[in-house]
Ligand binder design. Structure first.
Ligand SMILES: *[C@@H]1O[C@H](CO)[C@@H](O)[C@H](O)[C@H]1NC(C)=O
Ligand SMILES: *[C@@H]1O[C@H](CO)[C@@H](O)[C@H](O)[C@H]1NC(C)=O
Ligand SMILES: *[C@@H]1O[C@H](CO)[C@@H](O)[C@H](O)[C@H]1NC(C)=O
Length: 381
């Protein structure tokens, strides 16, 4: 780019918030979500068994398909757009898809896994499978609406909703951890990040080919601050930062995020009629862990629900874990008394209080590129 056109580009960028704010809110009629446990509202639970109590204790007062004591960031997103919480696509019972569907499942990766859930702990419902589900849903929801009508009509989205909906993505964290847990080095994981990002871009383009125009893309969090990584993958003492997070894993998450941000820039060029918002979840989660006191949290790395060890986390006996004692199953992986002062719920996932804090910061656009609020995310900068 020539200096002159660069200056114009920079100037145009400075005008973004004003020009966008002068426009109307998007009134998204639906949200379609793709992701992993950070945004799973019941997918894995429907297929592989319900996330057991005490999951759901702070809000739903029972299991609600979420690996959390309450609501996830995606729940707060739906709520703030005036929409109901998203039903998991895989949930056959009581689901209502009139305002969107959730294709995320806990343990999902961008790249297909070659091992079963039993073997690896990662979901077979990778991003390509989530897309296949969406593709089928897109068509069959309309066939069913039109052919059967009646009872089904108020449970399914209108045809026009697909072009006006917000498509949200929060996936990639498990592509990083699946490599570590398979004993790959940080360098080996770094080497396959481009494959992960290529696959991600391909699938965003596929969703666009099905009418999706508005994309809200979360980057990945500081995996080096998660108890299940810290406990399972100890690093040398000099590799912890001043807050106790493992630097090599966080560095890698940031490498992934830089690549994701570039991929989003390329997607904007490839899809000129689409609006893509990149949301910096990493900075928020890291800020929350490192400055937890400032935000009213007492425990940044110790899990609320779990048992044992430095992080109150034990991979063999996690949150909701039971042990057979004197012929009875006794709950060992118990929840803490006050989840609202913990950042981490179960070693892998954030508490509802943390999720709400994160959401409050992303909805304004302050952590987005371009920096526009959630309800304006249909506008291209
Ligand atoms: C589905 O959800 C929509 C939006 O909340 C609601 O208006 C509608 O009544 C629900 N349908 C059924 C059958 O529950
Ligand atoms: C699965 O196997 C294929 C073929 O060997 C390989 O290209 C791909 O990278 C593997 N996927 C993962 C997640 O390791
Ligand atoms: C990784 O290494 C550990 C320790 O050597 C070993 O116990 C474990 O089975 C290995 N995992 C895989 C997936 O190879």
């Amino acid at each position: 780019m020539e200096c002159h056109s660069l200056m114009i580009a920079v100037f145009a960028l400075l005008l973004v918030p004003h020009s966008v704010l002068a426009r109307k809110p998007c009134n998204f009629p639906a949200v379609f979500n793709f992701g992993d446990s950070n945004s799973d509202t019941g997918g894995l639970s429907a297929v592989f068994g319900q996330a057991p109590p005490p999951n759901g204790m702070s809000y739903f007062h029972g299991p609600a398909g979420r690996y959390c004591d309450g609501r996830l960031v995606i729940d707060f997103i739906a709520q703030s757009l005036g929409l109901p919480y998203l039903s998991a696509y895989l949930n056959a019972l009581g689901a209502n898809f009139s305002h969107g569907a959730n294709f995320a499942t806990a343990g999902s990766t961008v790249r297909p896994q070659n091992r079963t859930l039993q073997q690896s702990g990662f979901s077979p419902i990778s991003l390509d499978v989530q897309y296949n589900e969406f593709y089928d849903f897109r068509r069959r929801s309309q066939t069913v609406r039109n052919r059967l009508g009646g009872f089904f009509k108020p449970l399914l989205p209108k045809e026009t909703s697909f072009g006006q909906a917000l498509y949200t993505f929060d996936i990639g964290q498990n592509d990083l951890t699946s490599g570590y847990f398979a004993n790959m080095t940080v360098e080996q994981v770094r080497d396959y990040i481009p494959q992960v990002l290529d696959q991600f871009s391909t699938i965003v383009k596929w969703v666009h080919s099905q009418g999706g125009r508005f994309f809200w893309i979360h980057n990945t969090g500081p995996v080096g601050c998660l108890p299940y990584v810290l406990d399972r993958m100890p690093v040398s003492p000099s590799d912890y930062d001043q807050y106790g997070c493992a630097i090599p894993f966080n560095d890698l998450a940031q490498t992934f995020n830089r690549g994701l941000k570039d991929a989003v820039v390329e997607l904007r060029a490839a899809l000129p009629d689409a609006a893509l918002t990149y949301v910096d979840i990493y900075s928020l989660k890291y800020d929350l862990v490192s400055q937890h006191k400032k935000y009213g949290f007492e425990f940044p790395l110790r899990t609320c629900c779990g048992h044992g060890g430095k992080y109150n986390f034990n991979v063999k006996l996690g949150c909701a874990g039971k042990k057979r004692m004197n012929g009875k199953d006794v709950l060992i992986g118990k929840a803490c008394e006050k989840p609202e002062v913990y950042v981490n719920w179960d070693g892998v996932h954030y508490t509802q209080a943390a999720n709400k804090w994160i959401f409050n910061h992303i909805k304004t656009g302050a952590y987005s590129d371009p920096p526009i609020p959630l309800e304006m995310a249909c506008h291209r900068a």
